[in-house]
Design a protein around this ligand. Structure first.
Ligand code: G3P
Length: 226
C-alpha cells in the first residue's frame, strides 16, 4: 500500500458481481497500469476468487466476521478471504459495523495471515485510538455523506484536517478519506487537506462510464501529491 491510495468499494451495486464486475475491474486495472497507481478493489466476498484470478490489482473483501473457525453459518472469515485470493479487507464500514473488541481480534488475525486492513471510522475522535490497533490504514467517512454525492472534502473539510492531526500522533498508519466523493476536484481537495488517499463507491459504481471517473480521480490524486 502506498499513497495515493485509491480504494473503490463495489458494495452491492448491480455491477458489483458477475461479468460486469469483472469487466469493470479490468478497465480499472488498465488505468492502474497506465498511470502506475495502485487501485484497491473492495469486492463482494463471492467475487474475490474470480477477480483476483483475472485482474492484477489488490483485491479486498468488504468485511470479515470476528468468529473463529467452526460452527458459524454464513460467516466470512479472514482465512477464507485469504484462500480466495484477497490481499486484505475493509473493517467496520458504516454499513457493516463491528464492536471494538471484534476489530482488535480481526486486525490481529489478519496480520497473522499477512493480510492488510483498512479500518473505517465515522468520526475523527476515533482515528487515534483505533490507530493503536495498528491497521494499515484508517478510512474516515462521515456516514451522513456516504452515497450522497456531497463530498467530505467540500462539505466537511474539518473532518479530514482533524483526522490528519490525529493520525500524526501515530506512525505508519495511513489516513484515507471518503464519503460523497464525486469529482476529480473532490479527490484533489481531500489529498491537499492531508489525506493520503480516497475511498469511493457510488461515483464509480453508478457512472455510465466508470473508467472516465476513475481516470479523473487518478489524475487529480497524482496532481495533488506532486
Ligand atoms: O467505502 C467507501 C464508501 O462508503 C463511500 O461511498 O458512495 O459516498 O462514495 P460513496
Amino acid at each position: 500500500m502506498k499513497p495515493p491510495i485509491i480504494i473503490i468499494n463495489f458494495k452491492a451495486y448491480e455491477n458489483s458481481f458477475g461479468n460486469s464486475a469483472l469487466e469493470l475491474s479490468k478497465k480499472i486495472e488498465k488505468l492502474s497500469k497506465e498511470y502506475s497507481v495502485e487501485i484497491i478493489l473492495s469486492v463482494p466476498a463471492t467475487m474475490i476468487y474470480r477477480i483476483s484470478n483475472e485482474v492484477d490489482l489488490p483485491i479486498y473483501a468488504q468485511h470479515v466476521d470476528a468468529v473463529p473457525l467452526g460452527a458459524h453459518t454464513g460467516a466470512v472469515l479472514p482465512e477464507m478471504i485469504k484462500d480466495a485470493g484477497a490481499k486484505g479487507t475493509l473493517i467496520n464500514h458504516s454499513e457493516k459495523r463491528l464492536r471494538a473488541d471484534e476489530i482488535d481480534d480481526i486486525i490481529k488475525r489478519l496480520k497473522a495471515l499477512n493480510l492488510e486492513s483498512i479500518l473505517c471510522v465515522d468520526r475523527y475522535e476515533l482515528v487515534y485510538p483505533f490507530s493503536l490497533l495498528r491497521p494499515n490504514a484508517i478510512l474516515i467517512e462521515p456516514p451522513e455523506l456516504i452515497g450522497t454525492g456531497i463530498s467530505v472534502s467540500k462539505a466537511k473539510p474539518e473532518v479530514i484536517t482533524r483526522a490528519v492531526d490525529e493520525i500524526r500522533k501515530t506512525n505508519g498508519v495511513y489516513l484515507i478519506a471518503g464519503a460523497g466523493i464525486t469529482s476529480g476536484e473532490d479527490v484533489y481537495k481531500a489529498i491537499k487537506l492531508g489525506a493520503q488517499g480516497i475511498g469511493v463507491a457510488s461515483a464509480v459504481m453508478k457512472a455510465k462510464e466508470p473508467e472516465k471517473v476513475v481516470e479523473d480521480f487518478i489524475i487529480n490524486a497524482l496532481k495533488a501529491m506532486s
